[in-house]
Design a protein around this ligand. Structure first.
Ligand code: PGA
Length: 258
């Protein structure tokens, strides 16, 4: 059975003071929960303080929302994998549609980041997803396949185990319109099929695929109870610690009913 993984992507929200207050109440909400990997992805500025508060917690791990693939050097404004590792960051979100669309990240750059993260023991949360135009043109499966093949090029059978895939249809991100459980399940099934062709069906069955795009407490359970949906990557709804805890609890219930 795949362990569910639920991650909060705070994006460019939450100051250090707000992160402290958030964690105070979130910690209590999830105190008695085990069996779900819980990840918080704050802005870089809140990472040191959260890292200190978490103090090596096995329950809640930290992710960065971005990094640069080079080890060090003249890259003004960028942050390396080693800098994140120094703060006990375990995961990094790579290929988020906002990075692809607003910051022009290409499949090639994303692939460099995936490989650099793995080489530095940062686990990628590798995001893929089609736009509305691509879905309307019936191209969603083709787009997902290209993003996976290009993004994971050169990632070995051993390293792929450390990758979590996040299927996030762009039209569902921040819009309040989530993919229906059927749409999401069908995309996840397709993604698993592509992974099986790149690696093996045994490996594809082990890899975790999160759904992201307008996940909230009211739809989390229905989405995550789908057979190929192994958790959620949550933006807007993760900004409230109680809402995010509700989604974590829904993941646990779904695990138990699968
Ligand atoms: P949303 O964002 O939950 O606000 O739709 C999801 C994401 O961008 O990861």
């Amino acid at each position: 059975m795949r362990k569910p993984v639920v991650a909060a992507n705070w994006k460019m929200n939450v100051t250090v003071a707000e992160a402290v207050a958030y964690y105070e109440s979130f910690r209590i909400e999830v105190e008695n929960i085990s069996g779900v990997d819980i990840i918080l992805a704050p802005a870089f500025t809140a990472i040191p303080k959260l890292s200190e508060l978490l103090g090596g917690s096995q329950k809640v791990r930290l992710a960065a929302q971005n990094f640069y693939f080079e080890r060090s050097g003249a890259f003004t404004g960028e942050i390396s994998a080693m800098m994140l590792r120094e703060l006990y960051v375990r995961y990094v979100i790579i290929g988020h549609s906002e990075r692809r669309q607003i910051f022009g990240e290409t499949d090639e750059l994303i692939n460099k980041k995936v490989k650099a993260a793995l080489a530095s023991e940062l686990k990628p949360i590798f995001c893929i997803g089609e736009t509305l135009a691509e879905r309307e043109a019936g191209k969603e499966e083709e787009v997902l396949e290209r993003q996976i093949r290009e993004g994971l090029k050169g990632v070995s059978d051993r390293d792929i185990c450390d990758v979590t895939i996040a299927y996030e249809p762009v039209w569902a991100i921040g819009t309040g319109v989530n993919a229906t459980p059927d749409q999401a399940q069908s995309a996840h099934r397709h993604v698993r099929g592509v992974l099986a062709s790149l690696y093996s069906s045994g490996m594809a069955e082990k890899l975790r695929i999160q759904y992201g795009g307008s996940v909230k407490p009211s739809n989390a359970r229905e989405l995550m109870s789908q057979p190929d949906i192994d958790g959620a990557l949550v933006g807007g709804a993760s900004l409230d610690p109680r809402n995010f805890a509700e989604i974590v609890k829904a993941a646990l219930k779904c695990r138990d009913c699968k």
